[in-house]
Design a protein around this ligand. Structure first.
Ligand code: SF4
Length: 494
């Protein structure tokens, strides 16, 4: 039986033929859909719905992906009845079924095609997406004049009221690029069909596992690299080096041969640390950096959202907005106390959060953060609230990046060279862990907060969500307290 393809399966095949094979023959091996991924899908659907309002008098082919044959019949009927703007029409040609986001008649026999993306720019994979649609729509007998990608414009500032759709969206003509892609499509389809008729293809892990999309079968394919030191953890390991190691049968960092020459000096150093099993600490350098701290040290961490569609006047699509922070005030004797802010009302959190933050951080003492994220958020708050800009500017002068200190002066075999706080904390402070928290990472925190803001969370779960958010964000800054204490001990200070 010949497998029917779709534009999403075509895209999958372009990314990795094994992923396409698994989608068709073993979909049960796909990774579970995470809350964050589901939110991205849902957000895309919402953006798509809104984009339909760019077109007048459109009629939707309502049958969903489980009723594609019916969708084909409805499309044919609507075309025969003279519909001039169709949403989600279905077309089938050369074994491929596509649903077009919007198809608009130019004249009796010519159409313009629109593919809506919730992203902020046209990416190469969007062009191939449009190309396969042109291929199928034209193969089904219609003439396509132009193909467009409709995407969000992140420079649009919402002023309140109804969105100004002409400015919220950008429409880019990708006809020329899509037509350049068309000649290669029949051969690709033939190749995909031959591959699908055979056994699971043998394809090595590589950049394709993450680009352009995080592959749905990552867990299945990476199972062979399970363990504490998978080679894929090595930061910036190039595809050539990865393949060379896999060809040698090496999946664990500990097993990388001494004479393997394809690593950078930084990667080779990580390998040596992992093999030794012992942390390395530059105690003198650490002591120098820690001596610059002014006590008490305020450990600061923000949680943020970046909704595709602006939620508050004065904000842009995908603008990052802090809604929560945690501060641990860490005294030189090792004691500490906790301060926190969580915005629990549906209005713009930035001003009340900034005002409380200013009060909670006082006027003296280092403000410690982890990576440049907090610095960027503070700069954005200063730009958004001019009357607080000077005060926030003074806080900016007190910032100290703990991640940079750890990166510069320490190596730990348990981290495999990774420096996120989620990896660093259990390595240096094994009694503290994120494992038992209801919210385990920043993306989940963001998605759940957004769901509550949008009224998508039952009322009786909101209180628990707030408690979970406070616990999660609080652990981030408690982790920083513990890490700094550990570093002080190694620097001979503690
Ligand atoms: S994880 Fe990588 S190798 Fe496996 S199917 Fe996905 S892209 Fe292909």
């Amino acid at each position: 039986m010949i497998t029917r393809l779709s534009k999403s399966r075509f895209q999958k095949g372009l990314q990795c033929e094994k992923a396409l094979w698994l989608t068709v023959h073993a979909p049960e091996l796909a990774d579970p859909v995470t809350e964050t991924k589901q939110w991205i899908f849902d957000q895309g659907t919402e953006v798509g719905r809104l984009a339909q309002e760019l077109f007048e008098d459109g009629v939707e082919v309502a049958e969903d992906y489980r009723h594609t044959d019916e969708a084909l019949v409805t499309t044919e009927r609507l075309l025969a009845e003279g519909a001039t703007t169709l949403f989600e029409p279905a077309f089938f040609f050369d074994g491929v079924l596509v649903r077009v986001d919007a198809l608009v008649a130019v004249d009796d026999c010519t159409w313009d095609l629109y593919e809506v993306k919730s992203g902020s720019r046209v990416k190469p994979e969007n062009v191939t997406d449009a190309a396969v649609q042109v291929y199928v729509v034209e193969g089904a007998g219609l003439r396509v004049r132009r193909a467009h990608i409709v995407h969000l414009d992140t420079s649009y500032v919402w002023e309140g009221g109804a969105y100004d759709l002409e400015h919220l969206f950008t429409i880019e003509d990708v006809t020329a690029e899509a037509r350049d892609t068309l000649p290669g499509i029949p051969a690709l389809l033939e190749r995909f069909r031959a591959m699908l008729a055979g056994p699971e293809p043998e394809i090595r892990l590589g950049d394709r596992c993450r680009k352009p999309y995080m592959c749905d079968f990552s867990g299945y394919c990476h199972a062979a690299l399970a363990g504490e030191h998978p080679i894929t953890d090595l930061p910036r390991l190039g595809e050539q080096a990865l393949h060379a190691l896999l060809d040698l049968g090496v999946t664990c960092i500990r097993d990388i041969p001494e004479d393997f020459r394809m690593l950078t000096p930084a990667q080779a150093e990580i390998v040596r640390v992992v093999k030794s099993g012992l942390p390395r600490i530059d105690a003198a350098g650490l002591a120098r950096d820690l001596a610059r701290l002014t006590w008490p040290v305020y450990h600061l961490d923000f949680e943020t959202i970046n909704p595709a569609l602006p939620l508050w006047p004065g904000t842009r699509p995908y603008q990052t907005i802090p809604f929560q922070y945690s501060i641990h005030v860490h005294h030189e004797d090792g004691s500490h106390e906790h301060r926190e802010y969580l915005h629990t009302t549906p209005d713009d959190p930035r001003r009340p959060l900034a005002e409380r933050l200013i009060a909670d951080l006082g006027v003296a003492g280092s403000v410690m953060h982890y990576t440049a994220f907090e610095r960027t958020r503070l700069n954005e708050l200063a730009a958004a609230i001019p009357d607080l800009a000077d005060t926030i500017g003074a806080i900016l002068t007190r910032l100290v990046d703990l991640a940079a200190i750890i990166r510069t002066h320490t190596r730990h075999p348990a981290t495999n060279g990774l420096t996120s706080i989620k990896r660093i904390l259990p390595a240096w402070c094994p009694d503290l862990s994120y494992d038992d928290l209801a919210i385990g990472d920043g993306s989940a925190a963001s998605v759940r907060y957004l769901r509550s803001l949008r009224g998508l969370l039952p009322d009786d779960e909101t209180g628990q969500l707030h408690a979970d958010l406070i616990e999660y964000c609080g652990l981030d800054t408690l982790a920083m307290v513990r890490l700094l204490e550990t570093l002080r001990e190694h620097a001979g200070e503690g």
